[in-house]
Design a protein around this ligand. Structure first.
Ligand code: UDP
Length: 339
């Protein structure tokens, strides 16, 4: 007899990482309900096979309502604010929204008998670590109110397990990058602050140049080094972890394990697009550590997870395919649908 279909609630499923996870869940036969306030996500990023419920996690009643009607086997929680700089300027926004949302969600999960919760956490938990690569034993010292809000969420989940038996997985992402290989969904933030989409906009002539935020860091070429992990590989990690989450709560760092400098990203984008990318060197951006590289050894060993897109050129090629097919991002998709 085949296994019964599993139903999963995905908060923030209309956002960048969330929508790629929804696609991967559907590809593996899950039934998916997306809960999203569409403040940052895009309805067009949710395929028709998934149900989209528009609502905010800050509304405790609404969350309890969705959860009690859904008979969910698990919750995947992506909905959150995620910009370090914004959180430094307005820490209260991050504590209010990221923490209160998680409280409402996990409380509703616990009270309706949902025993599996997988959440997006962040490399910002580790602030500016003394050694690289960053593994799960690295001291936690959040680099911003954003990182702290995610750490509060992680701590809350420890107690959700002890008090209510909710098993959780906290996945600490490094730099999510790329787009679904079929080009249907991709990265579209307003405003866009991330390196790869901005570099590709410069390649496409939609921006005059890319500004490098500082070239005097203690790295081989003076620019910051980051660990870019493909968004479909992140999605795969969520589903693997979801399927093992019966007996214990876990936390894993998720990256490629390979660092690339800002200049290396720009050079890779020039190779992939075949276009020159004008560069200007500007000042450092506040709060940027010189190097952030993950050790994903633990999830490799325990769940057999390995990135399918370890190569930076390949990652950028998927982002470029999405960008070329959707130069206006999801806005273009609305316009096309309205014509
Ligand atoms: N960066 C840059 N110019 C830009 C955007 C980003 O030099 O216009 C650098 C940034 O300082 C960091 C790296 O690119 O070292 C990745 O930044 P991003 O904002 O994509 O991700 P983060 O590391 O902040 O999560």
């Amino acid at each position: 007899m085949s296994e019964p279909e599993k139903t999963v609630l995905v908060t923030g499923g209309a956002g960048y990482v969330g929508s790629h996870c929804v696609a991967a869940l559907l590809e593996r036969g899950y039934r998916v309900v997306v809960f999203d306030d569409l403040s940052q996500g895009h309805a067009q990023a949710v395929p028709p096979e998934a149900e989209l419920v528009r609502g905010t996690l800050l509304d405790r009643e609404a969350v309890a309502d969705v959860m009690s009607k859904g008979r969910f086997d698990a919750v995947l929680h992506f909905a959150a604010r995620s910009l370090v700089g914004e959180s430094m300027a307005d820490p209260w926004l991050y504590f209010r929204e990221n923490v209160a949302s998680a409280v409402n969600l996990v409380e509703a999960a616990a009270k309706t008998g949902v025993r599996k919760v997988v959440v997006s956490s962040t490399a910002n938990l580790f602030g500016t670590p003394e050694r690289q690569p960053i593994d799960e034993e690295t001291a936690i010292d959040p680099g911003s109110p954003y990182g702290e809000s995610k750490y509060m969420m992680e701590r809350m989940l420890v107690w959700a397990d002890r008090c209510a038996g909710v098993k959780s997985a906290c996945l600490r992402y490094f730099n999510a990058a790329g787009a679904h290989p079929d080009g249907r969904i991709g990265e579209d933030h307003t405003p866009e602050t991330h390196l790869i989409p901005l570099v590709l906009d410069a390649a496409a002539g939609r921006r005059s140049h890319i500004e490098i935020y500082g070239d005097d860091y203690p790295t081989p070429d003076g620019t910051c080094v980051r660990d870019y992990v493909h968004v479909s590989d992140l999605a795969d990690a969520h589903i693997r972890v979801l399927e093992m989450l019966e007996t214990r709560s876990v936390r894993y760092n998720l990256g490629n394990g390979q660092g690339y400098s800002v200049r290396q990203v720009i050079e890779a984008a020039e190779r992939v697009t075949g276009r020159p990318i004008p560069v200007k060197v500007g000042p450092r951006r506040a709060g940027d550590p010189a190097v952030l590289v993950a050790s994903s050894e633990q999830i490799r060993k325990e769940l057999g997870w390995t990135p399918k897109f370890p190569d930076l050129d390949n990652i950028i090629a998927t982002a470029w395919a999405w960008r070329q097919a959707n130069p206006e991002g999801y806005r273009g998709k609305v316009a096309a649908a309205a014509e």
